[in-house]
Design a protein around this ligand. Structure first.
Ligand SMILES: Nc1ncnc2c1ncn2[C@@H]1O[C@H](COP(=O)(O)OP(=O)(O)OP(=O)(O)O)[C@@H](O)[C@H]1O
Length: 408
């Protein structure tokens, strides 16, 4: 006797929600997943009618699901926003060039205009060249800092003031835990925010600077496993290969820790995210930050410094395992699986957690200014990207710092 969906009590349950172990049919899972994202959007006032919103599109599962869900919700609930795709070409041959082909197909599938900005044109360096120079270790830092600016610069070129990214609950939980393990409560407060935006003073003083760009994460409370399940059941076209360069070891360790906890407590991911939010509220200056638009842009500058979460994730290869299992399940036309287990249990990932030195730093509140070299918002005299570029360009004495014209 097949298990029936606990929501409609009609169709056969084909999914055990990783979040709460609820057994749902395909239709109810899809509706529930979309409705929860809608709730995140409306309860946090993420969108304004008439707004042009650029989706940071990497071709991976998170941003593809984000684009698909936003298209659906925008039509279903009439948000009245204009959706565009914005991709950054980091210049990683055999990885980003392939994933950008997926984004190009997505642009056609979702009828959204696509803009691609490249590290090459913006900074004079591709990631392949950066790795050639600095080696694989630590290259994620360059990529993360450059990507953040590249998205803002792309948005500025398009005249778009809001960029949404596919960061999910797993990413958020990992970031909370990493900051906690580093003893960096100030950063913890900055990274838990669903919206990062620019303090109005900077924007008013310089209406055309890049600082005036809002970032938000509509998938902040969505479990990564559910994102993969949604992509699978909606037959979305996404690119699942991970970055060819070295994983960010610390994030991988935080992830492994969370995964182990999740085995005995399914709500672990959301619990960590909520705890991060609660701790952020206790952080000195939280109220001021929120009044200024819930987290300043310069703070955002370091928010995702380091490579994205996907690489750290590859330490356990968990999502690939899930994707492989889903592919084997041969979901039939009516959405029923062929009898395999509908819950995907993830094998224990054995990763050594490196020692974390206690930080003696007191939480520091930062003030936003502009980088004196490129004009990007920064809490320092020179922004992180320019500092990194300066280091890189030392090996290229004739090149000088290359920040694309028109942004300074
Ligand atoms: N090259 C890129 N171009 C545009 N947006 C990007 C790019 N890389 C990452 N992003 C944005 O940042 C989010 C988080 O990136 P991350 O590197 O953590 O990848 P991820 O979690 O695997 O996401 P995805 O599955 O969308 O690739 C992505 O969902 C996307 O919105």
């Amino acid at each position: 006797m097949p298990t029936l969906c606990v929501q409609c009590s009609k169709d056969r349950a084909v999914i055990v929600r990783p979040k709460n172990h609820q057994k749902l049919c395909k239709k109810c899972f899809i509706t529930t997943f979309e409705t929860e994202i809608h709730f995140t959007i409306t309860s946090n006032n993420l969108f304004q009618r008439g707004e042009r919103v650029a989706i940071g599109a990497s071709g991976g599962k998170d941003s593809t699901v984000l684009a698909s869900v936003l298209k659906t919700l925008n039509a279903r609930y009439d948000y009245g926003v204009e959706l565009l795709l914005l991709s950054v070409d980091e210049g990683i041959r055999g990885y980003r060039d392939d994933s950008l082909e997926t984004v190009k197909r997505n642009a056609v599938q979702y009828e959204m205009p696509l803009t691609i900005v490249g590290y090459d044109e913006l900074y004079g360096w591709t990631m392949d060249q950066v790795v050639e120079q600095v080696g694989k270790k630590g290259n994620c830092t360059y990529c993360g800092v450059f990507r953040r600016q590249a998205l803002d610069r792309g948005a500025a070129t398009l005249g778009v003031e809001h960029v949404v990214t596919g960061h999910n609950a797993d990413d958020m939980a990992e970031t909370v835990l990493m900051n906690l393990l580093r003893g960096d409560i100030a950063r913890l407060s900055r990274t838990t925010s669903i919206i990062t935006s620019t303090p109005s003073a900077t924007a008013v003083a310089n209406p055309n600077v890049l600082a005036n760009i809002k970032r938000s994460k509509p998938l902040k409370y969505a479990y990564e496993k559910e994102i993969v399940l949604y992509a699978h059941h909606m037959s979305l076209d996404y690119f699942s290969t991970e970055c060819i360069y070295s994983p960010e070891a610390f994030r991988g360790s935080a992830r492994a820790l969370i995964k182990n906890l999740e085995r005995i407590r399914p709500s672990t991911i959301l619990d960590i995210v909520r705890s991060g939010e609660d701790m952020a509220r206790l952080c000195p200056g939280y109220e001021d930050n929120c009044r200024a638009g819930c987290n300043t842009a310069a703070q955002g500058e370091e928010e995702e410094a380091g490579c994205g979460s996907s690489v750290g994730r590859s330490a356990g290869g968990e999502m690939q395992k899930l994707e492989a299992i889903l592919a084997q399940q041969h979901i039939s036309e009516d959405g029923n699986s062929n009898g395999h287990s509908i819950e995907v249990e993830v094998k224990k990932v054995v990763t050594r957690v490196s020692k974390v030195k206690p930080s003696k730093k007191a939480p520091v509140q930062q003030t936003v200014g502009q980088c004196e070299k490129c004009g990007y918002m920064s809490s320092q005299r020179v922004c992180k990207a320019c500092v990194l570029l300066e280091g890189l360009n030392k090996a290229r004495p004739k090149t000088g710092i290359h920040i694309a014209d028109g942004y300074i």
